[in-house]
Design a protein. Sequence first.
Length: 138
Amino acid sequence: MARIDWIEQRLQNWARWRLMRGAGVLGYAAVDLTELADSDAGRDGYITASVPVSDVEASDTDDLVQRLASELKAAVEIIYLGTGTIREKAARLFCAVGTLHARIEQAQRVMADHLLARQDRRRGERERVEQLQRACKR
């Protein structure tokens, strides 16, 4: 399966953000203090370091996922947010495992194309503004 690494990482962060979202006060994630009392915890009470998630990037990714075609959106949500084996996930979507993989690949391509096009538009706008600024200085 040919997944796009930077989109895969972005979707993993989005999934972590979605699964933690709203679990605590004011939309922040709740902290489970029972985990800190675990006997396997280190000296400071932490087992592993948490990976920070950018709320802005995750929210942007959420917007992208919501705009995907329905079958691609369902595939992304069940793969990254769902539980169970890949066969169980495919069965929930009434498709073959290969079809589910193909939908994930297609969703990643659509997302990458959108993000790269937006980046190009922003770069072009920045160049235009910088040219205007240089022209005004003369």
